[in-house]
Design a protein around this ligand. Structure first.
Ligand code: IMP
Length: 449
């Protein structure tokens, strides 16, 4: 398995971190290829819990290269916080390598993300407000600051100065608009020249430059030509895992736009975000929960706003690792999963959190949608208006009541749980190779070899 991509098959939070951690045992390098600290994954190792936002899951293996690829957007303050936290817990950080070409989330990106969401009001996307969208926008505008810029104060200052002008203007305009809206809503008048109009010290050119030069000194030992690193591992016939963040239905091009993230979490993007060729990829593993969840706004056909949804939320501890928000929960959507399987050309599936479904008498899986006009849809609709109003049609399967947390092999799973997995695999046409039955690293059932 020299080049193996791991992607989320739903709307994120499928438990990719745990699957990556398990597969990483057989790999030589683990590379994150997109997203930023909007992601969050938790790994439980020997009863100890590790939460990461930026650092790839492989960091717990001292003998493997652990890479933040060029496609990632990184907030240096957050990254250094994670590095320090892991060092304090005795984790060796020497193998962490950061692409010199990765873009930096600057303080103005975070402010713009929040200001943009506030401006949208009820129409907001529910972003994580970590500055992801504005940072990728600057990358495309060629106004981005890259990791390598941290190593040259003169270049860094010039680039921040160029990038800053339009941000200050945009933030000023957004604050004026907000004030106007508040006045119209009769929420008291905010005087001209009030605190909102004062220059924000977080985006002062001098302060930002000094701070980031300092970040550069601290990150320098980790900065590397990470594409070359991947090529060397692959060319030696060894294995690289490309770890995606977020998931297929949050993909900027193929997800439920505009309720998506600003990068491409699908498998094809691993080549761009890590700097390897398509033929370097041999396997694509998709990770899906045994049910479905979504954080933030946007269509979610199988969403349950009832006691069953609440059951999934509570039993599955469905609260965001990054923002702590409650996740929306619903039944497994096989129309969406089949779409994700094809889009990523998955070769294997991992189904996580099957244990959460125990105790439900009947399990439902969406097998098609019905449009508002009554048409039956077997495929994921490309038109957002159709998806927004589509209602799912379900197949009902028998539930199971046994606690699965101690199961370690297929024959220890109740027959109903096995039938549920078989139904999914058959429907989407991809074998399920791994099943999660609890949060611990060992709480998995391997199927097949
Ligand atoms: P952004 O990535 O912060 O711009 O947020 C855009 C959308 O993606 C929002 O609906 C977020 O809730 C969602 N999102 C971003 N990262 C994750 C993640 O790691 N898991 C689940 N949803 C995410």
């Amino acid at each position: 398995m020299p080049g193996l991509v791991i992607v989320g098959a739903q709307w994120g939070d499928e438990g990719k971190g745990k699957v990556t951690d398990l597969l990483a045992e057989r790999a030589d390098a683990i590379v994150r290829f997109q997203g930023g600290n909007n992601a969050g994954h938790t790994i439980v190792r020997d009863g100890e819990e590790f939460k990461f936002h930026l650092i790839p899951s492989g960091i717990l293996y001292p003998d493997k290269a652990c890479v933040i690829g060029n496609g990632v957007v990184l907030d240096p303050r957050i990254l250094l916080g994670e590095i320090d936290g892991l060092r304090r817990r005795g984790i060796d950080m020497n193998n962490l390598k950061i692409s010199a070409n990765a873009h930096l989330i600057m303080p103005y990106h975070v402010l713009l993300d929040t200001a943009g969401e506030v401006k949208l009001g009820k129409l907001s996307l529910g972003t994580t407000r970590r500055g992801i969208g504005p940072c990728y926008a600057d990358k495309a505008l060629r106004l981005g600051i890259r990791v390598q810029d941290l190593l040259d104060e003169k270049i860094l200052r010039a680039k921040i100065r160029t990038a800053l002008g339009p941000k200050q203007q945009a933030l000023r305009e957004l604050s004026v608009q907000r004030r106007k809206l508040r006045k119209e809503a009769g929420e008291g008048s905010v005087a001209e020249g009030a605190i909102e109009d004062a220059p924000d010290p977080r985006i002062d050119l001098h302060t930002m430059t000094e701070e980031h030069v300092n970040f550069g000194h601290r990150l320098e030992p980790h900065i590397a030509d990470t594409s070359r690193l991947c090529w060397d591992v692959l060319d030696a016939g060894k294995t690289v895992i490309f770890e995606g963040a977020q998931a297929t239905l949050l993909d900027l091009d193929h997800g439920t736009y505009p309720f998506v993230t600003s990068s491409n979490p699908i498998a094809g993007a691993a080549t761009v975000g890590a700097g390897v060729g398509p033929t370097d990829i041999d396997e694509v593993w998709g990770v899906a929960k045994a049910y479905a969840t979504r954080v933030g706004a946007g269509p979610f056909p199988t969403e349950l706003e009832d006691a069953t949804g609440r059951y999934m939320l509570e039993k599955g501890h469905e609260y965001g690792t990054t923002t702590g928000r409650e996740r929306r929960c619903g039944w497994m959507d096989l129309v969406a999963l089949r779409y994700a399987v094809r889009l990523n050309r998955m070769t294997s599936l991992a189904i996580t959190k099957l244990d959460v479904l125990s105790g439900l008498d009947t399990l439902r899986v969406a097998v098609r949608y019905r449009s508002r006009e009554g048409a039956l849809l077997d495929t994921f609709p490309y038109h957002q208006s159709i998806l927004h109003s589509a209602t799912p049609e379900y197949e009902e399967l028998p539930g199971f009541s046994a606690d699965l947390q101690e199961c370690r092999s297929a024959d220890e799973l109740p027959p109903e749980a096995r039938s549920y997995l078989d139904y999914i695999a058959e429907f989407v046409g991809v074998p399920i190779r791994l099943v999660g039955v609890g949060p611990g690293r060992d709480q998995v059932v391997w199927l097949g070899d």
